[in-house]
Design a binder for this molecule. Structure first.
Ligand code: 13P
Length: 249
């Protein structure tokens, strides 16, 4: 039977939040004492330094939502992995479907960004997931398998990699896959990790993401194949985020 990994509850604030939103982070930090899961909050890049200063020495880690593959250079508007580390981040979300769609990020680009994240000492939270059309045509596993193979560099291990399975059709829609559907894809991802990463594969956490909220968190997080959640909208409010985290125990 698969080893039970310590769950990770990660919040992706996306392009939401101004300086006053850091009060929500403060409330998350204050409420994190009884939570057994690891907690990660990924605010917009411009808030990372302030967020990391507040979260320093607490149970809440801070992450970015993207990074450039290069360490520095002529890339107007971009943020490097080294800059995220410098600002106090310890992880970075990469290959989110919104970036794959809005910015044309391919698996090869995501892979280069993951290498950059490791170069800078960050954990890469690599997102994969099929669209509704791909699921409807029976291609969910093909798509997820291809994204996994193409987006994760050699040298992955539990200390530097987290996989987030986020079906695109479940993001921000209020719809979620059924438990057997989640288990099927998570099991498939686990088998690929076992194949590709040998003994490291079993310890890489696989998060579920897409419309996770306090009302469905316990149902999803009780699945053995699910090692945590990547939460969008419900991570903007401390009470919701902490309720989801509490559902792990
Ligand atoms: P929602 O939780 O808002 O559906 O977003 C999920 C997501 O995209 C997290 O990265």
């Amino acid at each position: 039977m698969a080893e039970q990994l310590r769950p990770l509850i990660a919040g992706n604030w996306k392009m939401n939040g101004l300086k006053p939103s850091l009060a929500e982070l403060d409330a998350m930090i204050a409420g994190a004492g009884n939570v057994t899961a690891d907690l990660l909050v990924c605010p917009p890049a411009i808030l990372i330094a302030a967020a990391a200063a507040r979260a320093s020495g607490t149970r809440v880690a801070i992450g970015g939502q993207d990074c450039h593959a290069d360490a520095s250079g002529a890339h107007t508007g971009d943020v490097s992995a080294e800059m995220l580390t410098d600002a106090g981040a310890s992880a970075v979300i990469l290959g989110h479907s919104e970036r794959r769609t809005d910015h044309g990020e391919t698996d090869a680009i995501v892979r280069a960004k993951a290498q950059a994240a490791w170069r800078a000492g960050l954990t890469a939270v690599v997102c994969i997931g099929e669209t509704q059309a791909e699921r409807d045509s029976g291609k969910a596993k093909d798509v997820v398998g291809r994204q996994l193979a193409g987006s994760v560099p050699d040298g992955a291990a539990a200390t530097n990699l987290v996989i987030a399975y986020e079906p695109v059709w479940a993001i921000g829609t209020g719809r979620t896959p059924t438990n057997p559907e989640i288990e099927e894809i998570h099991g498939f991802i686990r088998s690929k990790l076992d194949q590709n990463l040998k003994e490291h594969g079993a310890r890489v956490r696989i998060l579920y993401g897409g419309s996770v909220k306090p009302s469905n968190a316990a149902e999803i997080l009780k699945l053995r194949a699910v090692n945590g959640a990547l939460v969008g909208g419900a991570s903007l409010k401390a009470s919701d985020f902490l309720a989801i985290a509490a559902a792990c125990s």
